[in-house]
Write a protein of this length. Structure first.
Length: 120
């Protein structure tokens, strides 16, 4: 077995993250080091893409803060990610929804996917 793949397998199984995809609204809690202090900051926004696989997998989250769009790329296997919470599951047709960058207001909304629970 290749040495790189062996190390990737060790790193890959460390974190338990929820299933999410492009269009979902998520809250990412991640650790920030400032000097010798460490705190947790929450970045809340819409997932616009997931790319890569294995250890190299990343996802991009976009939010609008003060009228300006802010995007941040998070590695899935980062030890700085404390938790990921899926707030809403979005209904989109594409895997990468970069068209949100050009939209504002009501046209930038994403329909929510509603799950119906069957009772037996």
């Amino acid at each position: 077995m290749d040495a790189i793949k062996f190390v990737e397998q060790d790193i890959n199984g460390t974190s338990e993250l929820p299933d999410f995809k492009a269009g979902d609204s998520v809250s990412v809690s991640y650790k920030i080091k400032e000097g010798n202090k460490e705190r947790i900051q929450v970045f809340q926004g819409t997932v616009i893409q997931r790319r890569g696989s294995g250890v190299n997998e990343t996802f991009t989250v976009r939010k609008v803060s003060g009228g300006i769009g802010v995007e941040r790329v998070f590695p899935m296997s980062s030890p700085f990610i404390e938790s990921i919470k899926v707030n809403k599951s979005g209904s989109v047709r594409r895997a990468r929804i970069f068209y949100l960058r050009n939209r504002t207001g009501k046209s930038a909304r994403i329909r929510e996917k509603i799950f119906v629970k069957k009772e037996d």
